[in-house]
Write a protein that binds this ligand. Sequence first.
Ligand SMILES: [Zn+2]
Ligand SMILES: [Zn+2]
Length: 377
Amino acid sequence: MVFLVVIVILSYFTFMVSFMPGFVRLPNDYRTPVIGNPQFHVPYLSTLFAIVMITMLLAHFTDPGRVAHKWPWDPAKTRVGKAWTGYPTAIALQIERKLDGTPRYCRLCGLYKPDRTHHCRQCKKCTLAMDHHCPYLRNCIGYLNYKYFFLLLFYGCIYCISFCAIMSFKFRQAVQRPLTMVDVFVIFVWFLGIAMCFVIVPFFGLHCWLVYNAYTTVEFCEKYRAKDSKKFKSGQSVASVYRTSLFQKGLYQNICYTLGPNPLFWLIPVRWGMSNNGAAIRASGKPVRQYYEKLNLPVPPNYPAFDGSQALHGAARKSNMTENEDEDVTTPLTQAAGEVQADEVDVPMLGQDQGGEGALEPATCSDEKATVDDNKV
Ligand SMILES: [Zn+2]
Ligand SMILES: [Zn+2]
């Protein structure tokens, strides 16, 4: 976190030192050199700087979303090993399964995992819709802060490119005259900006691809790019089963899932109109049917028409009836699922501190190793 903040502030400081004299220059002051167009550059880059800092702080301080430690994820009250109808409603509503076809379960947390949830080794907790653990932001990127992270990359790209373009005036001036200490500093920071461009622009491109294809980074690494030897009990390889994301709903809906339902707020770092419940993200109908067929599991009777909210109403009602011997069935989820309007059904969530105390390892696919169960997917 400190590393990122230092780089951004350093670049902004260099920019201000270079351009402020021109910006505040008095009309008849011909001694102060004017480089570029300070009247435009200063407010423009200052605004971008502020947005980058705000999204960075939001991504760092926002809790990514954790799995509630109360029921319906209590394994002691759950019968594992039967067909999906044997599970309490909240678990039966989850689509994804382990390699052996049973619900996904985290042994470290002692909790069932909602769809898209993964255990983060650095945070030592399960993170809802986990994307990855970002060592630079010292926080997990998950359901509740992925928008901030995505916007940080977006504005970070614009900031980096603008910085290099604007500072090229100063860079050109610095290399054309005998070097002073300030010039050396300017040249160093300009090259640093170029290096950041080469890092952040491809990284943003990757995340655009992930949004377009409805994958999180963890899903991309351990499912989309899984080794061929990693197979479900049905014999299907994990990579072939996840060739299409279970959450693929088309470009517009995918963007709405990531940035919010209202396009006016897409580029603003707020979560207005977005659900705060990442424990029950709705999968898409067709991929769900294909998923169960490939896993050789009975397609849950309430899911084939999962595209519409009608199906979800039915699912909730049916589950309520078929599992009424389970005392666990009368969960908030069961009641809430009937009222669902948005993309999610309601499962209680535990707000916990963000845990960014992890080791400073690069944010790579190593997150997949964070999951404990070898049999899990
Ligand atoms: Zn866990
Ligand atoms: Zn984490």
